[in-house]
Design a binder for this molecule. Structure first.
Ligand SMILES: O=C(CO)[C@H](O)[C@H](O)COP(=O)(O)O
Length: 223
């Protein structure tokens, strides 16, 4: 079993009958969703709230019942991947471009479980370019303001070489900050810039991090 499958499947232990479950986006939580689909087939009763169109399609294929955020009071548990996880369980997310819905759903959840293969563990965030979702209007100006915080933002492109459009109709600027020593400060500073919708720093949000240690054993950290 590969690491993504190991950690992805482990996360289903946090899902119980009757729960509303936030379904993340990406190749790690994919295994969580596959496993949930199997459990639903066997009788598990849950309702999922997907963080992306891609995840909604997968959940539908697997017959996982879905519900909309507006129709629930809260989410019991959200499970999602990460691009980087530091020692304080601060995250960079958004490699798949779903960071805005992922953050809304993580924030609405009683418990946020992160699934991350060993490569995602870092001392200090920043080797992975920080995704920042921005409105298309005046994005060049927004990028210049972001640059003043210490990076050179790059507009994310799709495989056809056009601007990548998020599920919310926005652009993503990938921002290579060399080292993010104060993620909470940077998260706030970015979101103060007009044109920035949200950024991929998730600070003080993870309740549980499921990863793999140096012996290829699944390691669960409760924050
Ligand atoms: O934030 C995300 C999508 O917006 C993903 O959770 C993150 O990119 C990790 O993806 P993967 O599990 O494929 O490595």
């Amino acid at each position: 079993m590969n690491e993504k499958q190991l950690v992805g499947e482990k996360a289903v232990e946090y899902v119980k009958d009757g729960m509303i479950v936030g379904l993340g986006t990406g190749s790690t939580v994919y295994y969580t969703i596959l496993k949930l689909g199997k459990l639903v087939q066997e009788g598990l009763q849950i309702k999922g709230i997907p963080t992306s169109v891609q995840t909604a399609m997968l959940a539908k294929e697997l017959n996982i019942p879905l519900v909309e955020l507006k129709d629930v009071e809260h989410i019991d548990v959200a499970i999602d991947g990460a691009d980087e996880v530091d020692g304080q369980a601060a995250l960079i997310k958004g490699g798949g471009g779903a960071l805005l819905r992922e953050k809304i759903i993580a924030r609405a959840s009683k418990m946020f479980v992160v699934v991350a293969d060993a490569k995602k563990n870092v001392q200090t965030l920043g080797a992975f370019s920080l995704p920042v979702e921005v409105v298309p209007f005046g994005f060049e100006m927004t990028a210049r303001h972001i640059a003043k915080l210490g990076c050179e933002p790059v507009l994310r492109l799709n495989p056809a070489g056009e601007a990548f459009i998020s599920d919310n109709g926005n652009y993503i600027l990938d921002c290579p900050f060399p080292e993010i020593n104060r993620p909470a400060e940077l998260e706030r500073a970015l979101n103060m810039i007009p044109g920035v919708v949200e950024n991929g720093l998730f600070v003080d949000m993870a309740d549980v991090v499921i990863t793999v240690d140096e012996h290829q054993q699944v390691k669960v950290t409760t924050v």
